[in-house]
Design a protein around this ligand. Structure first.
Ligand code: DON
Length: 314
């Protein structure tokens, strides 16, 4: 049975804390700048702010722009990782590592030293490997991802944003370079243009905080989907959460763990998802980014959430 979200007003548990956080964020100066290396993302208002919490039974609380769709970008890497791990299991780890990179998300430097094996599945190189492997197994990696997000969010209207995908294709030289370098080491199966098309469509999916918080609850349910079936084993769900904690915010993962204390995954659209295993999943969105590509207000809001509620993995 799919449990439908209820309006936040009917279930007050997390609502007061979300409203307090939104009020505090409203008065915080300095919100960063929206990503402009993908021109279609640059136009978003850096002061937009939304936050949602989804409990294990599908109850959702939200504040601000929590129902406004935004570009999910690298948040989607969590879901493609889950889909691929569910299919191929540990063989994936022969093709991508599980260590923080300490480098920017789109960096090329480690790849040559490390023979075309990316450090982890969340930097762009690692996400390209995961999408490539999912593409080989399914023939439509982005379509599989969209189906998962629609099912877990309960929102059949989720879709690709073709304008964002086209914008990234037109400015995709770094991702193309990463894919070609890995292909030269034999670590990419599909033709690079096919892989890039799948990856850019994947990143372009537009979804709201409510959608993404709901979609991430399978990680708080230790791998169990909204309909009660299992996507990941309990152990695999732990592994995905652990990689989110150590690698989900790139070269800021140490600071994110220190401040927030939760597995989290950011995207350059300004969204961040976070997981409280056994309790709830969150998504916060504000388009202004810091220099490492993480939402300034988003990290601050999650920091306040764990401080005010005492909910963290530590
Ligand atoms: O490949 C890229 O550069 C983007 N589509 C995604 C990067 C991203 O979201 C990094 N996250 N903070």
């Amino acid at each position: 049975m799919v449990i439908m979200p209820v309006p936040p007003s009917s279930s007050p548990t997390f609502q007061p804390v979300l409203e307090r956080i939104a009020e505090e964020v409203e008065h915080t100066p300095g919100r960063g700048r929206p990503a402009d290396y993908i021109p279609a993302l640059a136009a978003r208002d850096p002061r937009a702010f939304g936050m949602a919490v989804a409990e294990l039974d599908g109850t959702v609380y939200g504040v601000g722009d929590w129902q406004e769709p935004f570009s999910a970008q690298s948040i989607t890497k969590v879901f493609t990782l889950a889909l691929d791990l569910a299919r191929e299991g540990d063989e994936l780890w022969e093709h991508v590592g599980r260590e923080p990179s300490g480098n920017p998300f789109n960096s090329l430097v480690q790849l040559e030293y490390e023979n075309g094996i990316p450090r982890n599945p969340f930097i762009n190189a690692g996400a390209l490997v995961v999408t490539d492997r999912l593409q080989t197994r399914t023939g439509d990696a982005a379509g599989e991802l969209l189906a998962l997000l629609r099912a877990e969010s309960g929102n059949p209207d989720l879709d690709f944003d073709e304008e964002v995908a086209a914008s990234e294709t037109a400015h995709g030289d770094r991702n193309a370079a990463l894919a070609h370098l890995m292909a030269s080491y034999g670590n990419i199966d599909n033709p690079v243009p096919v892989l890039l098309d799948q990856y850019f469509r994947q990143c372009s999916i537009a979804a709201s905080c409510a959608d993404l918080a709901l979609a991430a609850t399978f990680l708080a349910r230790h791998g169990v989907r909204a309909d009660g079936t299992r996507l990941l084993s309990r152990s695999q769900a732990k592994q995905v959460n652990a990689i989110m904690l150590t690698c989900g915010t790139y070269d800021a993962a140490g600071d994110f763990a220190y401040r927030v204390g939760l597995p989290g995954k950011s995207g350059v659209g300004g969204g961040i998802i976070a997981v409280v295993p056994g309790r709830c999943a969150l998504c916060v969105w504000s388009p202004g980014l810091d220099e490492r590509g993480n939402s300034v207000a988003g990290v601050a809001a999650l920091d306040r959430f764990t401080t005010l509620t005492g909910l963290s993995v530590f």
